[in-house]
Design a protein around this ligand. Sequence first.
Ligand SMILES: [Zn+2]
Ligand SMILES: [Zn+2]
Length: 149
Amino acid sequence: MARFWAKVLIPDLPLDACWEWQAGRNRGYGRFSLNDKSVLAHRVAYILAHGSIPDGLVVDHLCRNRRCVRPDHLDACTQGENVRRGRAGENQRSKTHCTRGHAYSGSNLVIRVRRNGSRTRDCRECMMERNRRAGAAYRARRRAERRAS
Ligand SMILES: [Zn+2]
Ligand SMILES: [Zn+2]
């Protein structure tokens, strides 16, 4: 499938950058012709990475970038699941900023894999802040322990 990846711009940095489709597009989505049929490029990328798209699932962009074909920015979910999740799920996915107002884009966007295997978007600023706080709490506990001993 070298022919497929030849049409994708894969930047070296940031490490989690989107891989954008450079060839034809349809309504913003990358288009790829396979056996004389026009197929959506991100669906092809998902199949190349995972073998197939599970029956009845749609391939969704976690990064909201329709041109992106990076396999770890793609997530298969059911239409029904989307509907059941309701508006809350949709809002979550279409949010462009974290709750503290940092943009979900460029190097600040982190795609995290949850323990149940589903993927979620995270904000690098907030992750670093959480790590800083966790580190400070740890150091404070160590100091308290030293004083107590
Ligand atoms: Zn992407
Ligand atoms: Zn944030």
